[in-house]
Design a protein around this ligand. Structure first.
Ligand SMILES: Cc1cc2nc3c(=O)[nH]c(=O)nc-3n(C[C@H](O)[C@H](O)[C@H](O)COP(=O)(O)O)c2cc1C
Length: 353
């Protein structure tokens, strides 16, 4: 469907590909790192459907890597199709972080990202993640060590600060840029906020105005129009999407398409949603075994069919499912009952537009 009017300051003019070092991010859309979510199988689904310009892995503990943890090595499950791939590291020891950065680059990471956004106590009590935002000396040493250790771009994902009286992201970003950091992603909340309230995108604008390298905005983008508004209000170079992609990788497709054409795509069909949920589940089972995969995705599979009548019942049943066959049967019930309805909605959408 063609837009009738392409204004000079349209989304297609705003959302130009950008570069992090020599890596082209096209479209300017990034899948956010999410621990226990953006593992190989989910990244694969997001890449196939959403084709974001950049994908970030779930965070890798550099201490665990240092101690050769088997579970951590399993996170090195990236493959060619997902590139360019940014591998996110967390830790607070400059030497260990640099050592880990070298390892992930040897294994093919396109970009090394340093986590300064994770607010969960388990991470922060080790001095890592968002705790670095209140420990400038260590943060600077970490960035310096990682930049010196690798020859790929190093980026930093931050929150605005530890809390509202410690908004350190701007002075830190200025310092990190001097040390050689090549881009920043800013989630518009403080660590103390967790996920409370709405993201404050003014903090994204502040960091964008303070540095010369690209800034990716993050926080509460749930639609193509949110992405556009974030770009307009903050001047950010790209948009990072996290939670909205869980169980809905089409959000990436929709935003990317809107950025490139200014057009809104019709929604995915219920059939496609169910097939994708099963693809995700089967792929996870190949990596982790069926039992673990089903348990792990119990919360996510229902999101694939959210909004369809019968989805709530499916969610209640999936909580007790232990095999892929069971999940398929439960989803099939949603499909059998409302498949025609989804087709009807799609046809109606197409007819209206
Ligand atoms: C389940 C989950 C896990 C996350 N894990 C990470 C992580 O490993 N590293 C990180 O920098 N941020 C992590 N985040 C934060 C997201 O990357 C993102 O900054 C945040 O969700 C805000 O973006 P959104 O509103 O698009 O979800 C996580 C978020 C969620 C929901």
């Amino acid at each position: 469907m063609q837009s009738l009017l392409k204004q000079p300051n349209s989304i297609t003019d705003l959302a130009k590909p950008y570069r992090i070092g020599n890596v082209v991010i096209d479209p300017p859309l990034v899948l956010a790192p999410m621990a226990d979510v953006t593992n190989g199988p989910f990244r694969k689904v997001c890449k196939r459907i959403g084709r974001p310009g950049l994908i970030v892995t779930e965070q890798i503990s550099t201490m665990a890597l240092h101690y050769n943890s088997e579970r951590t090595w399993k996170m090195f499950d990236w493959n060619e199709e997902e590139f360019p791939l940014s591998v996110q590291l967390f830790g607070a020891d400059p030497y260990v972080m640099a050592e880990a950065a070298k390892i992930v680059v040897e294994r093919g990471a396109t970009i090394v990202d340093i986590n300064m956004g994770c607010w969960v106590p388990k991470v922060c009590k080790t001095g890592a993640g968002a705790a670095l935002l209140k420990d400038e000396r260590t943060a600077v040493r970490v960035v310096d060590a990682v930049v010196k250790a690798v020859d790929v771009p190093v980026t930093i994902k931050m929150r605005a600060g530890w809390d509202c009286s410690n908004l350190t992201s701007v002075p830190l970003a200025i310092e990190f840029e001097k040390l050689g950091a090549q881009a920043f992603a800013l989630h518009g909340r403080t660590a103390a906020q967790g996920y409370e309230g709405s993201a404050d995108w003014r903090w994204i604008r502040d960091i964008k105005e303070a540095v010369t390298v690209p800034v990716t905005g993050n926080g509460d983008v749930r639609s193509p129009y949110d992405a556009e508004r974030m770009m307009r209000e903050t001047g950010c170079n790209g948009v990072m999407v996290g939670r909205a992609a869980i169980g809905n990788p089409w959000i990436l497709r929709d935003i990317g398409h809107y950025m490139k054409t200014g057009d809104i795509l019709p929604p995915a069909s219920l059939e496609e949603r169910i097939e994708t949920a099963l693809e995700h589940l089967r792929s996870l089972a190949e990596n982790f075994g069926e039992d673990k995969a089903v348990r792990h995705l119990r919360g996510q599979v229902p999101i694939y069919v959210k909004g369809y009548r019968g989805a709530n019942e499916a969610r209640e049943k999936i909580v007790r499912a232990t095999t892929i066959d069971e999940v398929e049967e439960i989803l099939g019930m949603v499909k059998d009952f409302f498949g025609d309805h989804s087709q009807y909605l799609q046809n109606r959408y197409i007819a209206r537009n």
